[in-house]
Design a protein around this ligand. Structure first.
Ligand SMILES: [Zn+2]
Length: 304
């Protein structure tokens, strides 16, 4: 096996930068990644500015955010609930609860005031909060006008090569990749040291999902400080976008809508630029070194 002297065998990209050509390549890649994130930021802002997205957000805002306790009550009584609202709230949204549907029991807070006597004999009014049982209904128990949605299209393109490269990246990082037909609407998951990828979609979608989960594996399990789920989804999807775009796979429609739905915008993307760029570059470098390892038997590559 030949190891070419001018390109040191690299476990990571830093070794590469010490040589002149490597530094140029690293700088060029870095610039390209920044351009890609800029393009994504523009696409996300375009989604947010669209009329259909505003209508969607407007309706979203009319759904109540339930407390943790109520969320558990809803999930135990109706595990498949997606959108939940009270009888009158559904009427206002142009939908009606079907006859005979049983409501989901939750606790609703109410304010009360009462008079009480102080130690000195004077009376005072005190405010308090009590809870009473009320019922809500899932969208599946209602009929009527369709709720506005934002379609996040799956990637239809085939990208067998990129998928193979990314499986290689996972392998080099000791991340187990499990493919399978999972539940409806499931694309993938990062489980710290292993990822699940739904193989019921085109290989382009699978590659996009794998890049997204690899980003979660890198960024969000050993992270210092705290971050929100929305910030994590924005970063993972932006990394997937950059990696896919680098290898010629267009996932802009899906990535921009996905990020917009998680509340992301261009400002949030720019705030995370360093983390996105570094993670994307690491995956791209690993994927490229996989390719050179594959070419090694023909004597042109570098064994790393
Ligand atoms: Zn995710």
């Amino acid at each position: 096996m030949t190891i070419l002297a001018e390109s040191p065998p690299c476990k990571n990209s830093t070794g590469d930068e010490k040589t002149g050509g490597g530094a140029d390549r690293a700088r060029a890649l870095r610039e390209r990644i920044t351009d890609h994130v800029d393009a994504l930021a523009k696409a996300v802002d375009d989604v947010r500015a669209s009329e259909s997205f505003r209508v969607f957000l407007d309706v979203q805002a009319r759904f109540h955010r339930y407390s943790w306790g109520n969320t558990i009550l809803i999930a135990t009584q109706r595990p498949d609930a997606t959108r939940v609202a009270g009888y009158k709230a559904w009427e206002k949204l142009g939908r009606h609860v079907r006859k005979g549907e049983h409501g989901i029991m939750i606790f609703a807070p109410h304010k009360f005031t009462r008079e009480r006597e102080r130690d000195n004999g004077e009376s005072e009014t005190v405010d308090g909060i009590g809870f009473h049982v009320t019922h809500v209904f899932d969208v599946g128990q209602t009929d009527g006008e369709a709720l506005p949605t934002v379609d996040v299209p799956t990637v239809d393109a085939l990208a067998d090569d990129l998928l193979a490269k990314l499986i290689g990246v996972a392998g080099r990082r000791s991340i187990k990749v499990e493919f399978g037909a999972f539940r409806e609407g499931f694309f993938g998951a990062s489980k710290r040291g292993s990822v699940e990828i739904a193989n019921t979609y085109a290989t382009g979608q699978q590659a996009k999902t794998l890049a997204h989960e690899l980003a979660h594996e890198t960024l969000h399990w050993n992270a210092e400080g705290s971050f929100t789920r929305s910030a994590a989804e924005l970063e993972a999807e932006a990394v997937a976008y950059v990696v896919c775009r680098h290898f010629g796979l267009d996932v802009e429609l899906r990535a921009s809508r996905y990020i917009a739905l998680w509340g992301g915008d261009s400002a949030a993307l720019r705030e995370s630029l360093e983390r996105i760029a570094t993670t994307a570059r690491g995956i791209i470098d690993d994927a490229d070194s996989d390719a050179s390892a594959e070419r090694a038997p023909q004597g042109q590559g570098v064994a790393a």
